[in-house]
Design a protein around this ligand. Structure first.
Ligand SMILES: Cc1cc2nc3c(=O)[nH]c(=O)nc-3n(C[C@H](O)[C@H](O)[C@H](O)COP(=O)(O)OP(=O)(O)OC[C@H]3O[C@@H](n4cnc5c(N)ncnc54)[C@H](O)[C@@H]3O)c2cc1C
Length: 426
């Protein structure tokens, strides 16, 4: 039997960032991260589109994303660890109706000093070859697709390689003396009374009990503190012990389309939008997104569907080819005729771990810390989430983010939760 100061269940981006920040504050802590996967990135972090943006209305979203992005930039530029981070930008393409809904929010963001610029439909057509008039197209009309009206380009945004980010944190954790063990699956929590009486059968309901460790497929691990950072699996671990993490998993899929035609190549390496001459991450009306994958000379395409998509955890979620065919392709090829007759060369699926309000959930109960509910933006916020979870572990009221901003730890708890709603709904 082994014993630790901190045991972190889940070696995804949240668990690793948390381990890193705990050890960074105090390198004498005995920290173990365990994961049931065979290796790094076995959970949803390794399946991510890993796009990021520091452009949100909600103070919470902005603080978490901005600080994390600045930290990753520092890692890549100053520590010289390649995260594959490219500031290609985000391009949000709105139809007229949606643009009218969000334009006030965007004006407010500009007043708050957040940088963005607008593209007219003609610019979009010239730079990206997007179709700007769908008039007279029977299929587009039947689908209710509207003409692109404006593009909002956000420069402090882009993409990174999630596997490199995981690699960075795992390397740093081990350098600081932390241990990471794979193929180690938590089966049960060890629940014991705070004060043992020695009477067989304890803990009894009248006793004050708490979590003292876990039972895994490899045996018992005891720890002063257990932190659950098990992403989409968190509820599966906590429901049986009566702790509600207020987040649930939903399947999300990515389809790879190779840039195998000259017109797709031209789109992927679009000139003059950013310094790399790579197209930005694009969000189309109809919510289809298009992410450049310049390292593979391809596009990653996705769409986060909601109504009708169940909250279900699947151990090995499978992508649905028909979802591309009937859910994504009809929109994609209408706006970008370059994709006509293009089908995925590969595809995969993972989960979003969706919380009650789309913000992470970080709280402590019965000596157990929970850090989950990243809701589809866990890569872009992971560094800040790790800092806040580490601060909760150390009993600090405020976490200092990389940007220097003080973030009240209880703002992401359940009991004292205080998060600002996101008004830039895209
Ligand atoms: C298709 C897709 C696209 C995405 N796109 C973006 C994006 O563009 N930008 C962005 O910021 N985010 C994106 N996300 C979300 C992002 O990937 C997640 O928010 C983030 O990876 C969650 O990290 P995590 O550490 O909480 O979870 P995970 O990476 O899933 O880590 C949890 C770990 O817990 C382990 N575990 C579970 N149960 C047990 C157990 N019983 N015992 C031991 N270990 C256990 C799992 O094996 C797993 O490795 C996307 C996600 C998906 C699926």
């Amino acid at each position: 039997m082994s014993s630790y100061d901190v045991l972190i269940v889940g070696g995804g981006i949240v668990g690793l960032s948390t381990a890193y920040h705990i050890l960074k504050k105090d390198g004498s802590k005995k920290v173990l991260v365990i994961d049931k996967s065979h290796g790094i990135g076995g959970g949803d972090s390794g399946k991510s589109a890993a796009a990021f943006r520091a452009f949100f209305y909600s103070r919470t979203n902005l603080a978490l994303a901005h600080s994390s992005i600045e930290f990753y930039k520092h890692v890549q530029e100053n520590e010289k660890f390649d995260l594959g981070m490219l500031f290609v930008g985000y391009l949000l393409i709105f139809d007229k109706e949606k643009y009218n809904r969000v334009s006030k929010v965007i004006t407010d963001l500009k007043h708050r000093g957040l940088d963005c610029s607008e593209f007219e439909p003609e610019d979009l057509a010239k730079k990206l070859g997007i179709r700007t008039s769908l008039a007279g197209d029977e299929e587009a009309e039947l689908m209710g697709l509207k003409d692109p009206y404006r593009g909002i380009y956000i420069p402090l945004a882009g993409i990174l390689k999630p596997e490199n980010l995981l690699e960075y944190y795992s390397r740093e954790v081990q350098k600081l003396g932390g241990r990471i063990e794979f193929d180690t699956s938590v089966e049960k929590f060890i629940i014991e009374p705070k004060k043992l009486t020695g009477i067989p059968g304890e803990p009894f309901p009248w006793q004050e009990a708490e979590i003292k460790g876990v039972i895994t497929n490899k045996g018992e691990i005891r720890s002063e503190k257990v932190i659950v950072a098990a992403g989409a699996w968190t509820h599966k671990l906590l429901d049986p012990i009566g702790i509600d993490c207020h987040s649930k998993p939903k399947k999300r899929q990515i389809f790879t389309i190779p840039a195998s035609k000259p017109e797709l190549n031209k789109l992927l390496y679009a000139d003059g939008i950013n310094k790399y001459n790579i197209m930005p991450f694009i969000l189309l009306p109809g919510d289809v997104y298009l992410r450049p994958e310049p390292f593979e000379k391809a596009f990653w395409v996705g769409l986060s569907d909601d109504l009708g998509r169940p909250f279900i955890l699947e151990e090995n979620p499978q992508p649905e080819e028909k979802y591309y065919m009937y859910g994504i392709y009809p929109v994609l090829h209408q706006y970008f005729p370059q994709f006509t007759d293009m089908w995925p060369s590969s595809m995969w699926a993972g989960h979003y771990d969706i919380s009650l309000d789309g913000q992470p959930v970080i709280f402590e109960d019965y000596n157990l810390i929970v850090s989950a509910g990243t809701s589809g933006s866990g890569i872009m916020k992971a560094d800040a989430i790790g800092r806040i979870t580490a601060s909760l572990y150390y009993g600090e009221r405020e976490a200092e983010l990389y940007t220097g901003e003080a973030f009240r730890v209880s703002d992401l708890s359940l009991q004292y939760r205080k998060v600002e709603p996101e008004l830039l709904i895209i």
